[in-house]
Design a protein around this ligand. Structure first.
Ligand code: AHG
Ligand code: MN
Ligand code: MN
Length: 335
């Protein structure tokens, strides 16, 4: 059987699913950038890429060298091709303007260039998360693209995906009609489809949460996790196992592969911030992917994809994964 590369898949989508050619080009360019990031990540200490910068991002997090390098790789790869009207990234305070010397296009690209960057120096999986939106009509308006253009609910995403840099480099992608998984064949230099029609099982016996924050959680989360921990003798009547990689890409990838429940709830440490994860760069693309694989994603109160963003860097609580578990903990928030 001939192998289906990412390029071939995208061309077939263009023919059969009305995927516009410039969206196909956009995904190809993002995939190429991810190959370059994968290469830099794999070099590690040999490439002089480990360790931190002296800078912080807008969230006050110290930037790793690879956070900045990955961000630059994605910007450089995507700015010249004429497919984008602008970009936004977890690592940049404001929207990125396409330089005047290049043509502009119809789409907006939003990304977390390197997710799980606390894992880099200890050689554990990290990844890149991205989301594609249409740029709203600017009615002929010239000048800089403002943050408002990006503030669209996750339901408006036309594509989303992530690359995971683990034992294998993989690219998981949705164009809104299911989720496909591609593994990087390093000798060929291409992503080859290895996972067709990915489905998250509706039930699970595995959950992921940073338990060290337990004392800061809200009551519905404490109740739910207490029930998970009570196992067979509790109301859920089964024993659960726990995993926490501390890189959302890796935890979500496990859930896409074998099911599970991922939680990063809001907590009382910084009451003005509803959770740690970022709506635009992490929660929306991952929720789109999980829903396209038959799972669910909420912030405890509503579907994440329905949230109307009010700022580029806003945070959100995340409950995502196997449908029945997400529905259960969401129900506890309503009680
Ligand atoms: P980033 O490295 O892009 O800042 O994201 C890290 C996020 C997410 O990937 C992960 O699930 C979570 O932070 C881990 O948080 P804790 O360190 O609190 O476990
Ligand atoms: Mn992240
Ligand atoms: Mn990041």
């Amino acid at each position: 059987m001939s192998r289906i590369t990412l390029s071939r898949y995208l061309i077939e989508q263009t023919r059969s699913n009305n995927t516009p050619a410039d969206l196909r080009f956009l995904i190809e360019v993002v995939a190429r950038a991810c190959k370059e990031i994968s290469y830099a990540v794999s070099k590690g200490a040999l490439g002089g890429v480990l360790g931190s910068m002296e800078t912080e991002n807008i969230q006050g997090e110290v930037q790793k060298k690879l956070d900045v390098l990955s961000n630059d790789i994605l910007l450089e790869a995507n700015e010249w091709g004429g497919h984008l009207a602008g970009m936004a990234s977890e690592e940049m305070d404001n929207a990125y303007q396409i330089p005047g010397k290049y043509p502009k296009g119809a789409y907006l690209l939003v990304f977390d260039p390197l997710d799980g960057s606390s894992n880099i120096d200890v050689n554990v999986s990290v990844g890149t998360i991205f989301s594609v939106l249409r740029c709203p009509d600017r009615n002929g308006e010239e000048g800089d693209l403002g943050e408002e253009a990006f503030l669209q609910p996750g339901t408006e995403q036309v594509a989303a995906g992530y690359a995971i840099y683990g034992p294998q480099t993989m690219l998981m992608l949705t164009l809104g009609n299911g989720v496909k998984g591609f593994t990087l064949d390093r000798e060929l230099g291409s992503f080859v489809m290895t996972h067709d029609n990915i489905q998250v099982p509706a039930q699970t016996k595995e959950f992921a949460i940073n338990m060290s924050n337990q004392r800061h959680w809200e009551a519905p989360v404490t109740r739910y996790v207490d029930e998970l921990l009570a196992g067979k003798s509790g109301p859920l009547e089964k024993d659960y196992n726990m995993r926490w990689v501390a890189a959302m890409v890796a935890d979500v990838h496990r859930i896409l592969t074998r099911g599970g429940m991922f939680m990063y709830p809001r907590d009382s440490r910084e009451p003005e911030k509803p959770g740690k994860l970022r709506l635009m760069y992490e929660a929306n693309p991952m929720s789109f992917i999980i829903e396209q694989a038959g799972g669910a994603a909420t912030n405890g109160y509503q579907r994440i994809l329905d949230i109307q963003p009010t700022s580029l860097h806003q945070r959100v609580a995340v409950f995502l994964g196997s449908k029945e578990e997400v529905e259960r903990v969401t129900g506890y928030h309503q009680a």
